[in-house]
Design a protein around this ligand. Structure first.
Ligand code: ZN
Length: 310
């Protein structure tokens, strides 16, 4: 069976260096690709993930040095939840205390213990403490011991006026099943996927609309194995949901189509192939600035314009 679920979550961030310091040094993710925004090469595009940058482990940032903060509201991703081993929650609470990261009191959601916190731009993140994942490989490059390392994305919650129409896209097109309800949350799960397999819809009828800015999730990308499956999904969106997708964009590490989900959030369908080792060796991922071929001739000017990271 083809694996479905979340491929990556992309957010708007503030200063590039602050983003890198938080995700690599504090959260211990690997920067698996340092490139530019293909649509605006004066700004970076950072990809954080596990050692190989597997689908379902990737958070990406567009760091804009002088971005205005966003405002959470309907039509937006409310929280992005990362997986950590169940026994590691104490380690993370201690680490947040030492590093001055404020967090909420751990709470239960669908039986799982969840620790919510924010990144320096106000992006809403959480750690879900999950049983049975401690034997999955953890990346140690960032100074977090392997036993406590983040094991990819657990899921996202979407803040929407209504759960029905976006829920129908998740189940009919993107490979999810509705698996539960708790308070104002409806939970969807991609069967057979342990990483990136959860979408919760938080229905808040009449709440303010979101205003995108620093700390806002720009879009959530869902997995398709290859171009053929992506095309099938796009066709189903038109046929069953009257939703058009964009033309396919080559993002070098995956190929993408985009559409606006009924609740207002931007969704992407990204192929699993070819992955992040396509333009640099797996051992060196993220260590140098990679550019798509169409920008390579402008490298000197692009490098000079990007903000310093050191
Ligand atoms: Zn994307």
């Amino acid at each position: 069976m083809t694996a479905h679920g979340i491929h990556h979550v992309t957010a708007i961030a503030g200063p590039a260096r602050r983003s890198r310091d938080f995700y690599v040094d504090l959260l211990g993710l690997r920067m698996v690709k340092r490139t530019v925004n293909f649509d605006d090469p004066t700004t970076y595009h950072f990809y954080y993930g596990d050692e190989a940058g597997n689908p379902g482990t990737i958070i990406t940032h567009f760091p804009w040095e002088h971005v205005a903060p966003g405002r959470l509201g309907n039509g937006e991703t409310e929280e992005t939840v990362l997986r950590v081993p169940e026994a590691s929650l104490g380690y993370w609470m201690q680490r947040f205390l030492e590093k001055g990261i404020t967090h909420e009191t751990p709470k239960k959601r669908f039986g799982e213990t969840v620790l919510s916190f924010k990144d320096p731009d106000g992006m809403r993140l959480a750690l879900a403490a999950l049983p049975g994942i401690e034997r999955e490989a953890g990346w140690t490059g960032g100074g977090v011991p392997a036993e406590h390392a983040v094991r990819g994305i657990h899921g996202v919650s979407l803040l929407l006026d209504d759960d029905a129409a976006t829920g129908a896209v998740l189940t009919d097109v993107l490979g999810f099943e509705q698996v539960g309800r708790e308070d104002s949350l409806v939970r969807f799960r991609a069967p057979g996927t342990s990483i990136g397999g959860i979408v919760d819809i938080h229905a808040a009828p009449g709440f303010l609309p979101a205003r995108m800015g620093g700390g806002s999730v720009h879009h959530v990308a869902f997995r398709a194995a290859d171009d053929a499956e992506q095309a099938e999904m796009a066709e189903k969106l038109v046929r069953n949901h009257q939703i058009m997708v964009t033309e396919q964009k080559n993002r070098d590490y995956f190929r993408s189509v985009y559409f606006r989900a009924p609740g207002g959030t931007i969704f992407e369908i990204a192929t699993d192939e070819p992955g992040f080792a396509v333009d640099e060796p797996a051992a060196e991922l993220g260590t140098s600035l990679k550019l798509p071929r169409f920008l390579e001739s402008r490298r000197a000017g692009i490098e000079a314009a990007l903000p310093p990271l050191a």
